[in-house]
Design a protein around this ligand. Structure first.
Ligand SMILES: [Zn+2]
Length: 251
C-alpha cells in the first residue's frame, strides 16, 4: 500500500520501508528528467517511465498555458475533456497521526500521484513556471514570483543560487554603467560650458543618451552596446559566451 502524507506543501510518499519527501509538484516536473530526490513514482507497480513521462510532458505543456493556475481554472480545463486526469477520481483519504494530524491519501497508481501533486499545487496556489536558468518546469517552493527552480545543476549549485548570483552581477554592472553615464554627461556639460560643444549638440546628445539608457534598462540593448555607445566606440562583436566555471558562481 502506498500512502502520501501532505503537510505544509510537502508530500511524503511511503511504500513499506521506503519513503521520499519533496515540495508539492516537484516529482511531477521531474518525470522524464533528472531526479534530485528518490523518485516516488517508481514505488508503483504500474509505473512505466516512458508512458508517465509522456503524459507529464503533455499535461505540463497544457498547464503552463493556463494564465491563472488554480483549482477553478484547472477544473475548467479538466472538465472540458473526456479523459479527466485530475477531477472525479476517488482518492482514498484518511487522517493520520504523524507528529500532528495530517491528511493521508492511499494511492493505487502512479497516475494518481501525478494528479494529486498537480491538484495540491493548485490548491496551494503555486503556479506552474519555466525556470529562467535550466528551462525546466517547476512549482515555486517559496515565493510565487520566483523565476528559478531548486534543481541542482551539473555545477552542483541550484538554479536559484545561480540566478541570485547572476542578478547580483547584473546589478553591479548596471551600477557601473550608470556611473559611466553620469560621468560622460558631466564631461559633456563641461565641454558645453567651455564652448567646445554647442547647446544644440549637447541637447541632442542628452536626448540620445536618455533613450539609450532607457533601452539598456529595458534590455533592448546589451550592457556592452550601451557602454560602447557612451564611450563613442564601435559596438563590439558579440562574444560567444564561455561556459560558466564554478568560481563564477561564488559570490
Ligand atoms: Zn532551473
Amino acid at each position: 500500500m502506498i500512502k502520501a502524507y501532505i503537510k505544509n506543501g510537502i508530500i511524503r510518499v511511503v511504500s513499506g520501508k521506503k519513503s521520499t519527501e519533496y515540495p508539492t509538484g516537484a516529482a511531477a516536473v521531474s518525470l522524464g528528467g533528472k531526479w534530485d530526490f528518490e523518485n516516488p513514482y517508481a514505488y508503483f507497480a504500474d509505473y512505466n517511465e516512458d508512458e508517465l513521462s509522456k503524459l507529464a510532458a503533455s499535461e505540463l505543456a497544457k498547464l503552463i498555458a493556463i494564465n491563472d493556475f488554480g483549482m477553478e481554472s484547472l477544473a475548467e480545463f479538466d472538465n472540458s475533456r473526456k479523459n479527466k486526469v485530475y477531477f472525479g477520481k476517488n482518492f482514498s483519504i484518511s487522517y493520520e497521526l504523524a507528529d500532528t494530524v495530517v491528511p493521508c491519501f492511499t494511492l493505487t497508481s502512479a497516475k494518481e500521484l501525478f494528479a494529486l501533486e498537480i491538484l495540491t499545487a493548485a490548491m496551494n496556489k503555486k503556479p506552474l513556471k519555466i525556470c529562467e536558468n535550466c528551462g525546466g518546469y517547476f512549482f515555486p517552493s517559496g515565493r510565487t514570483d520566483s523565476v528559478y527552480c531548486d534543481r541542482i545543476t551539473d555545477n552542483g549549485y541550484s538554479c536559484k543560487k545561480i540566478g541570485a548570483h547572476r542578478q547580483y552581477r547584473r546589478n553591479s554592472r548596471a551600477n557601473d554603467l550608470k556611473k559611466l553615464y553620469d560621468k560622460v554627461t558631466k564631461h559633456n556639460r563641461y565641454l558645453k560650458s567651455k564652448g567646445a560643444m554647442s547647446a544644440y549638440e549637447y541637447n541632442n546628445w542628452m536626448n540620445d543618451a536618455s533613450k539609450k539608457y532607457a533601452d539598456f534598462k529595458a534590455e533592448n540593448i546589451t550592457s556592452a552596446e550601451f557602454e560602447a555607445w557612451l564611450l563613442g566606440k564601435e559596438t563590439p562583436a558579440p562574444r560567444t559566451r564561455s561556459r560558466n566555471t564554478i568560481s563564477d558562481y561564488l559570490l
